[in-house]
Write a protein that binds this ligand. Structure first.
Ligand SMILES: NC(=O)C[C@H](N)C(=O)O
Length: 477
């Protein structure tokens, strides 16, 4: 464990007001969605260790392939997405507005962090037209941040803020917004040392998990945060969540997508929202936090993902034709049968939230028949658990054995959020066959599952007085 003591001392921070210039497009006035070959391409960028470090001016952003990202609203379609993205992209923030010293060697320059703001409580204030309910206030974040003296400390990074328009409650976000964020990070990848994504807490674990899969070979920190109380309130959790996220987004050692909340940095695809009203709103039930914050910052460096060897690749497509079902004892499951057997649903995957270690009632042969029908239709059935902590162990109990027989795949100790986003990402990749998707569900791609949790029966050593002694060989993540 490494102790990092962060001193905060005064200086000046450049804040560029970046409220999007274009107005909100009304999706009903747009032409119907059409798949363009452009949106099917992935983008590659140099990894961090290959970025320019001399005073040589940075190369202008290449015109291809990154510009194969959607350039106008009419092209802004992501297959499998629930709705069309109304957002304008963020940049790229190219050389014309970069200060001269930006590409000096890293020891002689301030870190640069791009803040991508999607909305959420952090940006909200009571809206009198909605009975005082909280709603995002466009442009306010940029204003509030420019008045925060804490951000002007010497050791804080230079910050550029981009607010998407419209700002959203995170319940209104989905795969098209995730794709926009991923593409914007890739477009600005060379110009910033790290990224902070501000988003609402309700679906943050999904967005952050999705981004962890979309950004392959990520070599810089992408830190998600938000708050339970708006930044505009006198007492709030927004201020410190924002400050700490900016600090972690400036760390050279973080090469992954994280969620910073309250006093912990969590791996994004391990995080889940656990509380509606407490400030400790997120947890990472199956993995230690990447860092804990008290009066010092304690980093669990052994858990950090290593610097990637390849170039950043952005996979912005998500195939969302999947369904999650949480079992409830004795409930009618004919609706699942209908969804699986009806060819119109075109379902790709069925995520089951089972009891305990991956169990279902043994007296429900009709349900097993549904799973067999799913297999015939090449629908991948994935087993997760309703428990917050621990791993699925298919076949550990006799009642779960039938699932294994029916070709159900274990999600091991992945969160439901990570399981769904991983499936959508893998099915969104055109280079993978259904067999490869199935195989990769059992492989840790971005540290989303604990490798030791993959043995379907625990590593028993011996039993004494009815107690099982388990050999703990350390957990790989
Ligand atoms: N705390 C929050 O941010 C909740 C809000 N409803 C959102 O997810 O946008």
């Amino acid at each position: 464990m490494q102790r990092l003591v962060s001193r905060l001392s005064p200086s000046v921070v450049r804040l560029n007001r970046a409220v999007p210039s274009t107005s909100i497009l009304n999706s009903s006035s747009l032409p119907p969605p059409a798949l363009t070959t452009d949106t099917k391409r992935n983008f590659t960028w140099m990894p961090k260790n290959a970025r320019p470090v001399s005073s040589t001016p940075p190369l202008p952003p290449p015109t291809s392939p990154p510009t194969s990202s959607p350039t106008s609203e009419s092209e802004d379609v992501y297959p499998g997405a629930i709705s069309r993205c109304q957002w304008e992209g963020a940049g790229p923030f190219d050389s014309y507005n970069l200060p001269q010293h930006t590409y000096l060697p890293s020891h002689s320059r301030k870190k640069r962090v791009l803040v991508l703001c999607t909305g959420g409580t952090l940006t909200m204030a009571p809206d009198s037209t909605k009975d005082g309910g909280l709603a995002p206030v466009e442009g306010a974040l940029t204003e509030w941040m420019s008045n925060m003296r804490e951000l002007q400390q010497d050791e804080m990074p230079e910050i550029k803020v981009h607010e998407y328009s419209p700002l959203l409650d995170s319940s209104d976000m989905g795969p098209c917004n995730w794709a926009r964020i991923a593409v914007d990070i890739s477009k600005n990848y060379l110009y910033f040392d790290g990224f902070v994504v501000l988003t609402g807490t309700d679906t943050m674990a999904y967005t952050a998990s999705a981004l962890s899969f979309m950004l392959e070979n990520l070599g810089k920190p992408v830190i998600f945060t938000g708050s339970q109380i708006p930044l505009c309130e006198a007492y709030n959790d927004a201020r410190r969540n924002l400050i700490m996220s900016l600090i972690f987004a400036s760390r050279d050692t973080v090469n992954e997508v994280g969620v910073f909340f309250h006093d912990r940095l969590l791996r994004a695809n391990r995080s889940t929202k656990i509380n509606t009203d407490r400030l400790l709103a997120f947890d990472s039930p199956n993995m230690e936090p990447l860092a804990n914050i008290g009066i010092t910052i304690d980093e669990n460096e052994h858990l950090f993902l290593p610097q990637p060897k390849g170039r950043l690749r952005v996979h912005s497509e998500m195939d969302t034709r999947l369904m999650t079902v949480r079992l409830v004892p004795g409930f009618d499951d004919s609706v699942i049968k209908y969804a699986v057997e009806n060819p119109d649903t075109n379902m790709k995957a069925l995520v089951l939230q089972l009891y305990g270690a991956g169990n279902m009632p043994s007296n429900k042969s009709s349900f097993i028949q549904v799973l067999e029908a799913a297999r015939e239709r090449e629908i991948l059935v994935v087993a997760t658990t309703q428990c917050l902590t621990g791993s699925v162990m298919l076949g550990h109990y006799a009642v779960g054995h039938a699932l294994k027989e029916a070709g159900v795949v274990s999600a091991y100790d992945m969160t439901v959020e990570a399981t769904c986003c991983k499936l959508a990402y893998l099915f969104g990749r055109e280079d993978l066959t259904p067999y490869e998707v199935k195989r990769l569900m059992g492989v840790s791609l971005r540290g989303e599952m604990t490798m030791d949790s993959q043995s379907s029966s625990p590593p028993f050593t011996e039993k004494i007085a009815g107690m099982t002694f388990t050999q703990n060989r350390g957990r790989k993540v």
